[in-house]
Design a protein around this ligand. Sequence first.
Ligand SMILES: Cc1cc2nc3c(=O)[nH]c(=O)nc-3n(C[C@H](O)[C@H](O)[C@H](O)COP(=O)(O)OP(=O)(O)OC[C@H]3O[C@@H](n4cnc5c(N)ncnc54)[C@H](O)[C@@H]3O)c2cc1C
Length: 381
Amino acid sequence: MQRDLFEEEHQLFRETVREFLAREVAPHHDQWEKDGIVPREVWKKAGEIGMFGFGVPEEFGGAGITDFRYNAVIVEEVIAIGASGLGYSLHNDVMAPYFVDLTNDEQKARWLPGFTSGELITAVAMSEPGAGSDLQGIRTTAVREGDHYVLNGQKTFITNGINSDLVVTVAKTDPAAGARGISLLVVERGMEGFSRGRNLEKIGMHAQDTAELFFDNVRVPAANLLGPEEGQGFFQLMANLPQERLSIAVMAVAAAETVLRTTIEYCKSRTAFGRNIGSFQNTRFVLAELDTEVDIARLYVDRCILALNAGELTAVDAAKAKWWTTELQTKVIDRCLQLHGGYGYMMEYPVAKAWVDSRVQTIYGGTTEIMKEIIGRSFGF
Ligand SMILES: Cc1cc2nc3c(=O)[nH]c(=O)nc-3n(C[C@H](O)[C@H](O)[C@H](O)COP(=O)(O)OP(=O)(O)OC[C@H]3O[C@@H](n4cnc5c(N)ncnc54)[C@H](O)[C@@H]3O)c2cc1C
């Protein structure tokens, strides 16, 4: 089905991104998978060609354009080459609104130029060993002492956890106040008492640094609080989660589509019983079903992108996009792996890497079950 989401300027940008990834990322990604991390240099190189912070005002190095279609272009191109180690989408799609919309002028001047140049890598630290889905169950605290907060606690599963320079950290500033007692503090690389734990060993996304973070009496300046007053963190997170979930949905559809295309090619060339495997009715029916579902998913997600651009994407619609497309992604990739037979289980085939990389998609950014809770609650039961 003809896609009409993008204009000419997005297509031009896509060519720039594709060329950059082919040159600076694709030849090195296997090595980064072994290293467990992506070098910081490749962040700076991406910054040089304008890949970060489109919505950042021009005076701070950005393009001043709020148009999620540019974000989608990057996500799609990164997924197309299987570069699951790049934390660009966390930085660009998830963190940009925190640093653009919730910062004052002084904070903008301090952080945004580095954000757009790729010199300051960002992360968000919500999850803790004892609390993931249940955000209000976090135990990290920040106690105000004069013009500082004293931060104590532990986070886990943090994307860009090793590389990050600015960590938006979720902490309780008033443990008795429930949702109104949570605040967002920007913890900076090098602050005393801030340390990183293990770069966690995952089943997939091996080049992505996902880490534990520890805060031991870290004195965070009150000037690093996001938003005009404390106690707004929970609501700030809720406001930004739809965009994060849409980004994951864009990833999901792109990944499903990429694997589907390579599988169709594989089925044309692989033979069994003297015929190519695409000639079996089962193969064609499986591929036909998956192709149909991916097309439908694409339309819904494209519509969500336009809704986000118009400021109309609801938490419920983003939750629908997130759970349905990520469940579809894991199904598509699993069925495609089956069509590869034993080769599908071999890491040299892209479908195998896509299979392990995709599994987390139904978990992070809010699990499928939590997405259904959000949708279900909207019925007013
Ligand atoms: C690779 C990776 C990267 C991540 N990156 C980040 C990051 O950058 N920053 C960050 O803060 N976090 C990050 N996370 C954490 C992620 O967001 C959490 O893992 C996720 O929200 C689930 O939380 P949990 O792991 O504590 O699971 P739990 O909350 O313990 O859930 C366990 C199971 O119980 C189910 N469950 C929980 N509550 C309910 C309910 N009310 N109804 C029905 N079922 C329920 C869940 O759906 C799940 O199936 C990342 C995780 C991974 C694996």
